[in-house]
Write a protein that binds this ligand. Structure first.
Ligand SMILES: [Zn+2]
Length: 308
């Protein structure tokens, strides 16, 4: 196996069997590259090619004395995955609450807006109705006065004028009464609308404060967990070479808490695609870091996981 021992070598590693120093150097490796080291559970000859037989190899500068070379890194990846899985679970626990709260809040705002518009309309209508009623009572008073005057007239002309005046006042009073009836009808409608809106608003406001309470509780509940996890995470990240951090974060970004997969019965535990036996052996020896050709997760042998 070709090994690269320091970070400076990166521009010249064009040969396919070369290992890579950083993300830019990722390329496929021929699985037929010989490996005479057969594990007891692998009876198949090395180099069996299949559709999913191209894998990526990553290597970083490591001390030659460290054997197997990538075990430490893989163990850190495993620990990171555990932390990221928990962090993802916390996010999932909060789930749709934030967006639900936003939706309800905008509904509440719309309802409150309608309600205050209705209240304003109600006030205006009531004022208009009151002034029409006042107007009518003053006209009725006038009509009564004119009625009395009718008995004291001195001429027919005067009588006719008073009668005319009474009639024109009656026209106005009737017009006002018609308007008052319309207003009363509209007020009744408004009351029904407002009542149902108030009921909706009360329900929604209750729902909103319940959800806000839940989210606050979750935030509070997880605040300590999250900061403890993040602290551990930073600690682990600091132990990794930058290229491995980049590799891990990129895959974790796609799989949110599932950057690694275990090789189980010759399959990737992430996507269940089969891994050629030769590669399974190589993953077990942990000399390199391999990612799954199908899903891109970092592959870790079952043995390393259970020993970890
Ligand atoms: Zn996979």
């Amino acid at each position: 196996m070709t090994e690269i021992k320091n970070n400076e070598i990166s521009d010249e590693n064009s040969a396919s069997e070369n290992a890579f120093k950083n993300e830019g150097d990722i390329h496929s490796q021929d699985i037929n590259s010989s490996n005479s080291d057969h594990s007891p559970d692998s009876e198949e000859p090395a180099g069996e090619e299949s559709g999913a037989s191209v894998f990526f190899t990553f290597e970083a500068a490591e001390d030659e004395s460290e054997i197997p070379k990538k075990t430490g890194i893989l163990k850190i990846f495993l620990e990171l995955r555990e932390i990221d899985e928990e962090l993802a679970d916390i996010e999932e626990e909060k789930g749709d609450l934030p967006s639900e709260i936003r939706t309800i809040r905008s509904k509440v705002e719309r309802l409150s807006g309608s309600l205050s518009a209705e209240k304003e309309r109600f006030t205006n209508l009531t004022d208009e109705k009151n002034s029409l009623e006042d107007e009518n009572s003053s006209y009725e008073e006038k009509i009564n006065k004119y009625d009395e005057q009718k008995f004291n007239v001195r001429s027919n002309t005067e009588y006719d004028e008073i009668t005319k005046a009474i009639e024109s006042l009656f026209v106005i009073v009737e017009k006002n009464e018609k308007k008052i009836k319309e207003i009363i009808k509209e007020i009744e409608g408004l009351n029904i609308d407002s009542h149902s809106r108030e009921t909706d608003l009360t329900e929604l406001s209750g729902e909103l404060s319940e959800k806000e309470k839940q989210l606050n509780e979750l935030n509070e509940q997880y605040l300590q967990d999250e900061s403890a996890l993040l602290e551990k995470r930073n600690d682990l990240i600091s132990k990794l070479a930058p290229e491995f951090v980049t590799l891990y974060e990129k895959i974790n970004g796609s799989y949110n808490g599932e950057a690694t997969a275990i090789v189980r019965n010759g399959n990737c535990s992430g996507c269940y695609n089969s891994i050629p036996p030769q590669r399974v052996i190589e993953i077990k020896t942990a000399e390199n870091i391999y990612t799954c050709q199908s899903c891109g997760r970092i592959l870790i042998s079952e043995e390393l996981q259970s020993n970890g």
